[in-house]
Ligand binder design. Structure first.
Ligand code: AMP
Ligand code: MG
Length: 339
């Protein structure tokens, strides 16, 4: 694990500021992805303490949310054959949130689709397009209604359902990091595609944090930026995890209705929200819904979201201008801001 004192290169690049005070960055790998937490505390030691504390909390949550680690609660639950399991308070809270967003999105977000992700082998050496009969068979086991929350940290999975919290786990961890902070330090947490920007950014006069929204074809570059404070910015995109077969791309966000990667005409969805857990669940769900249904959902629920479509349009929901300042940068890349 590598830790170093640094001013964030990316942050400097997109804020265009000069003398950034030194913070402390903890770089680490967790939940299958690269993460970093940069803290700007009262002094160097305080910065280091905060960043390391955040890293420790994420590492502590990893076994609470993982389904692949055989010592994890989710693994035990997924292999309990319908028996009641007692899980940790963190695991219970994450499952409870996942079910809440499954209900809110009418199942576009569905945390019970582990049998489907396993069948497709996404993220393994065995990633492949399954036969339709196999997809039909596993879909009979997918359905968040099969998750029973019984109180007192007790959970039961019915009908062969198995949990996959991959669509919400990093958001849950980002909120856990935010809960450690009291606002006195500036903290930028990057947990994969989940970003939390808290307290004041000392490198910018406004105190805000400028976060880039990636170009789906070149995620080192941005199509837009949002300037936020005390918020999380979460993106789900088809370019994050995928495999190719017979010239077609199959990505990791599944439509629980078809059992196939969502083919909704979107390349990415970004949600800006106080709750990173909500933003994480909703980016996945909105990607499945597609532009029209997703925009309507966001208007109804006052969600700030940015949609990037396969036909190179960028859309923002009305709530965006209420929570952040948005800048469109995609013109040179052939994108249009459709507002
Ligand atoms: P995200 O990057 O947050 O969109 O999460 C994608 C991950 O969530 C995938 O790798 C799967 O583990 C899981 N997932 C895929 N499709 C869905 C879905 N429709 N609902 C809930 N989780 C999903
Ligand atoms: Mg998500």
């Amino acid at each position: 694990m590598k830790r170093f004192l640094a001013a964030m290169v990316l942050l400097l690049g997109i804020t265009g500021c000069t003398a950034q005070p030194e913070g402390y960055t903890a770089d680490f790998f967790a939940m299958d992805t690269f993460m970093s937490v940069t803290a700007y505390g009262a002094d160097e030691q305080a910065s280091e303490e905060i960043a390391v504390q955040c890293e420790r909390r994420v590492n502590e949550l990893e076994p609470a949310l993982s389904r692949t680690r055989e010592d994890s609660d989710i693994y035990r639950l997924n292999h309990a054959d319908g028996a009641v399991c007692t899980v940790s308070a963190d695991t219970y809270a994450a499952i409870e949130a996942a079910v809440q967003y499954a209900e809110l999105t009418g199942g576009a977000f569905d945390p019970s689709l582990a049998p489907l992700t396993d069948l497709w082998g996404i993220n393994t050496d065995d990633a492949h397009v399954p036969r339709q009969a196999e997809i039909d068979q596993v879909l009979t086991r997918v359905g968040y209604q099969n998750i029973q929350l019984l109180g007192d940290n007790q959970v039961r999975l019915l009908g062969g359902a198995q949990l996959d919290l991959g669509g919400i786990g990093k958001g849950f961890a980002t909120d856990a990091v935010a809960a450690l902070l009291d606002g006195s330090a500036g903290v930028l947490a990057r947990l994969g595609g989940n970003i939390g920007a808290y307290g004041e950014n000392p490198g910018r006069e406004s105190g805000g944090w400028v976060i880039g929204i990636a170009d789906p074809d070149d995620n080192a570059d941005f199509l837009a930026t949002v300037e936020v404070r005390g918020l999380s910015v979460v993106t789900s995109g088809d370019y994050e995890r995928y495999f190719e077969q017979d010239g077609r791309r199959y990505h990791h966000i599944f439509d629980p209705a078809t059992g196939y990667p969502a083919d909704s005409g979107l390349r990415s969805v970004t949600v800006i929200d106080q709750s990173s857990t909500r933003a994480d669940a909703l980016t996945t769900a909105l990607f499945v819904m597609g532009l029209d249904e997703g925009m309507a959902f966001c208007e109804e629920n006052a969600i700030a979201a940015v949609f990037i479509t396969a036909d190179k349009q960028v859309y923002t929901t009305p709530q965006v201008e209420n929570v952040c300042s948005f800048a469109f940068l995609g013109e040179e890349k052939g994108y249009a801001y459709a507002q």
